[in-house]
Design a protein around this ligand. Structure first.
Ligand code: GH3
Ligand code: MG
Ligand code: MG
Ligand code: MG
Length: 311
């Protein structure tokens, strides 16, 4: 006989789990036309350490998804104008949200109806009434799994950094956040110098090692909230929230010096590498324009002799 955990103990454990991850809390979007009920469930989930956005107007879901980026969507079935399954179908039409689990949360107990909803779209069905603990556990488990999968899907296998499309997406998101919080965001484009020679002299595998080592160095030296992406082969895009270009410059110069001093060995030969970097401030322009600016700064760094950082 195992004594059931009471909700407080459980919440404490979930929080522990979250802090162990040292990651942002899981994000849950709750769509229900019954605002009072939705607020109750939201409270339960928030007490368990989850971040919850309540949406009582289903028509606004795409706006909300873009702003909130949930790990899990909890969806009511019976809503006026648009049923949960219809809404789920619409969400599934957009590639960006294909991987986000959709869980129906409904008092519908008829198996046929539940099946019909799941066949349309959606991943799971939770029947109301549900105990607070059961809801929290179910959502937590789903969110955790979804994050793990999203992580694998969005990361580059050699470096573990965000892939091209995903670092761009995160930049756009950070720019929105920056406008709201009026904090500066710095963007860095970084490219290894004369990398073709590394491949030519020591082979592609050693070249890969150099790329992986620089990725590790960046992960070590930057803050947890900084975002690092592998923009191209030996090109990296960094997004540094709450960071002025001056601070970014100092930081990147430190990393540049560390990297330039890092010895590599191939065919019993020691050799060194370097990178050039271009920095700019993320303004309210389109993310692509900001990337262009960082790229132009990088170009200037290359033409002024490489192994340097340009603002
Ligand atoms: P520059 O200083 O002007 O940047 O010179 P560069 O030689 O680095 O020039 P460029 O950016 O044109 O060349 C990059 C080379 O990196 C070309 C490509 O063969 C190589 N490369 C791209 N991706 C990878 C990769 O994943 N692994 C390895 N080993 N090499 C790669
Ligand atoms: Mg309803
Ligand atoms: Mg290069
Ligand atoms: Mg390049």
């Amino acid at each position: 006989f195992v004594k059931p955990l009471n909700t407080t103990e459980l919440e404490a454990r979930l929080r522990q789990q979250l802090s162990r991850n040292e990651r942002e809390p899981f994000r849950v979007m709750l769509v229900d036309d019954d605002q009072l009920l939705a607020e109750h469930y939201a409270l339960v989930l928030r007490q368990g350490g989850l971040l919850v956005e309540v949406l009582s107007e289903p028509a606004l879901i795409f706006e909300s998804l873009k702003q909130f980026h949930p790990d899990v969507i909890l969806l009511d079935v019976n809503m006026p104008f648009c049923s949960g399954p219809e809404l789920a179908q619409l969400v599934r039409l957009q590639q960006a949200w294909l991987g986000v689990p959709i869980i129906y949360l409904s008092s519908e107990t008829d198996g046929e109806q539940q099946l019909a909803a799941l066949i349309k779209a959606g991943d799971d069905f939770i029947t109301k009434p549900i105990t607070d603990t059961a809801l929290l556990v179910a959502v937590f488990a789903r969110a955790q799994r979804a994050r793990q999968l999203a992580d694998i899907m969005t990361r580059d296998s050699l470096t573990g950094l965000l892939q091209h499309a995903h670092i761009k997406e995160r930049l756009a998101l950070e720019m929105l956040r920056a406008v709201r919080s009026s904090q500066p965001v710095s963007v860095v484009m970084l490219d290894i110098d004369h990398f073709k020679k590394v491949n030519d002299n020591y082979g592609h595998l050693i070249g890969d090692q150099v790329i992986a080592n620089l990725a590790n160095l960046l992960k070590q030296q930057l803050r947890k909230t900084d975002l690092v992406g592998r923009y191209g082969g030996e090109e990296f895009l960094l997004v540094l929230p709450d960071c002025s270009v001056e601070r970014a410059f100092t930081l990147i110069e430190q990393v540049r010096e560390l990297f330039a001093a890092l010895p590599f060995t191939a065919a019993e030969q020691r050799f060194f590498c370097s990178f050039s970097a271009g920095i700019c401030a993320a303004t309210q322009e389109h993310a692509d324009l900001v990337i262009d600016k960082a790229d132009q700064a990088l170009y200037r760094a290359k033409s002024s002799g490489r192994n340097c950082t340009v603002l």
